[in-house]
Design a protein around this ligand. Sequence first.
Ligand code: ADP
Ligand code: MG
Length: 407
Amino acid sequence: MVRFFRNLWYPMTLHAPTLQSLDLKGKTALVRVDFNVPRDKSGNITDDTRIRAAIPTLEALLRAGARPVCLTHLGRPDGEVHEDARVDAIGVRLGELMGRTILKLDESTGPAVRAAIHAAPQDQIVLLENVRFHPGETKGDPALARAFADLGDVFVNDAFGASHRAHASVSGIAAYLPSAAGLLLEAEVQAFDRVLNQPARPFVAILGGAKVSDKLSVIENLLDKVDALLVGGGMAYTFLAAQGHSVGKSLVELDRLDTCKQALAKAAAKGVQLMLPSDHVVADRFAADAHAEVCGIDIPADRMALDIGPKTQARYAEAIEAAHTVVWNGPMGVFEMEAFRAGTAAVGHALGRAQGYTVVGGGDSVAAIALLGLESAVDHISTGGGASLELLEGKVLPGIAALGQVH
Ligand code: ADP
Ligand code: MG
């Protein structure tokens, strides 16, 4: 009975209106993109993945006859104009990648901006200045959202990586204009809807990363959905400590022992297989050149576990390969150091061999996939670390929920 009511309350699907729902011909489309690219000290773009990721949506808008006007944030200028946070270099790179000239404007609201947009040819891509130069952006100020909305006819959110933020340019504009998800956001929504709301079973989740405390809500939410939960990374040692194992100098959050016990009890009550490491790669210190060795489930007092051991790797790989749906967040060890990368690599390769649908989310997890060259082995690699984590927590993302309110 309780279950029945819970199912009524849970959103059954994750949904967003698509570009097809918008009337685009001859219109000006405000597109919230995530061009918050990493840069070096001189401001040079060191990775343009996020710029590339928005191009399909911009091309689709041009094909449909819309004039795309891009809004993005860059860094944290905290509501003030910071010269080094201007987005000019992004406009140049976008132009190079698309083989077009981009019209970059030095502001992002106001009559002059509006006039410049509307004086431009219909097939001109426009890039507005960093939206976080406005103090109202991160506050979600409706007046700022309205000022953005005044610049165009329709709104497209393609910034999945910012969609967990209730910021003016992310979730505010959709109150004033017809709106939809761009292609990138649509792919993210579909992937997470498939794993969270309609998973083919068995459904296996792999959770790792540094701390249990970062992932408590994810554990809680996924225990209601999965058939097996494979735990690795630093967070595994708080679980093992909660079971009474010695964990040596490994990362442990003593204030989370009870939470881990509750999660173990919940898993047992629900018949979810919660798998923990049974062997480890340990070292005497946290360093790339530390001496690494394998030990059994109990960790010697003077050692810290920095990766899952070979037996655990084999058990986890077997469970992953047999799964029909797999979602992975958080590395299995300190993959940044080669000596402690094997566990993360084993899980990554198992995902590649799995017959089922596979999704990876999380900033470091995606970095690990890239480092291991496993991009093509996974069905969906999420472009948003924080946003994907919030979806796994079962949260509704403001930038998605806001879409489609105006027709
Ligand atoms: P994601 O960004 O994918 O969500 P997290 O940020 O939660 O992942 O965790 C990634 C970090 O966890 C990595 O920097 C990795 O080095 C660290 N980590 C993994 N295993 C351990 C461990 N056994 N001890 C300490 N840190 C670990
Ligand atoms: Mg991280």
